[in-house]
Design a protein. Structure first.
Length: 149
């Protein structure tokens, strides 16, 4: 369990913090011009990525992506519903990578390691167990209940 457990634990935490770091940048928590530096710049960037959508859907996409990144990060940090959260993270990052590829070309997706993050989320989703997680506590509790019955 430790052989597989610790790497997946660190992978889970790294994915969560990388998404939270991007969200922090949108809210101006990091220094200026790291990527966006503020919400308006992030909305403009999202508009560029989703040039084929009406403006209101592009703005909705910015809010939706940010909400999902915060939600998925929290779920990954605590290890709750990890498999479905990791798959959802994979889908979100893959959609982001495809939009970036269409808008800016594929090279930028590699410069920002979006495919690596998406693949890491996919790898996390196929793990058999999740060390230091609520999921693991629930499995252990269920085993104890079955033994008592």
């Amino acid at each position: 369990m430790i052989k597989q457990g610790l790497p997946q634990f660190f992978l889970r935490i790294a994915l969560a913090f990388s998404m939270l770091s991007a969200v922090a940048d949108r809210f101006g928590i990091w220094t200026e011009n790291v990527s966006w530096g503020n919400w308006t710049s992030f909305e403009d960037y999202t508009r560029t990525l989703t040039f084929f959508l009406p403006k209101y859907l592009s703005q909705l996409g910015a809010y939706g992506a940010t909400f999902l990144e915060i939600l998925f990060s929290i779920l990954l940090l605590i290890g709750f519903k990890t498999r479905i959260t990791a798959l959802s993270t994979f889908l979100l990052l893959t959609i982001f990578a495809l939009a970036m590829s269409i808008a800016f070309g594929v090279k930028v997706t590699f410069d920002y390691s979006v495919w690596i993050s998406a693949t890491a989320a996919f790898l996390l989703a196929v793990q058999s167990q999740y060390l230091f997680s609520i999921d693991q506590l629930m499995v252990n509790k269920q085993c104890c209940i079955l033994k008592i019955s």
